[in-house]
Ligand binder design. Structure first.
Ligand SMILES: [Zn+2]
Length: 94
């Protein structure tokens, strides 16, 4: 379990930028800017919306896991494999 907020911040920012994932969005209006991490109560990381100050106190557990980086790599690898299969299937056959 990771408690270093710098690591959690980095993970969230990277996740939000990565087109492979569905980003964490505002609970009021999903058209708002993507949620960003913020620290409250000295060391608790929350997500907030820059556009309307919506706060999501719950951070998905995966961001706190020790092997997050490996999990993400494996996930991306799997997505690449799926993508290759799809590409093969939609290749025109003439
Ligand atoms: Zn918002």
């Amino acid at each position: 379990m990771i408690t270093d907020s710098n690591i959690i911040f980095d993970r969230i920012y990277d996740y939000q930028k990565n087109p492979v994932f569905h980003p964490l969005t505002c609970g009021i209006n999903s058209g708002h800017k993507l949620l960003e991490p913020k620290i409250i109560d000295e060391n608790k990381v929350i997500l907030f919306c820059r556009d309307c100050n919506y706060v999501q106190e719950f951070i998905p557990d995966m961001f706190l896991e020790d092997d997050y980086e490996t999990d993400i790599e494996n996930y991306i690898q799997e997505m690449n494999e799926i993508y290759k299969i799809i590409q093969k299937q939609i290749k025109p056959s003439f």
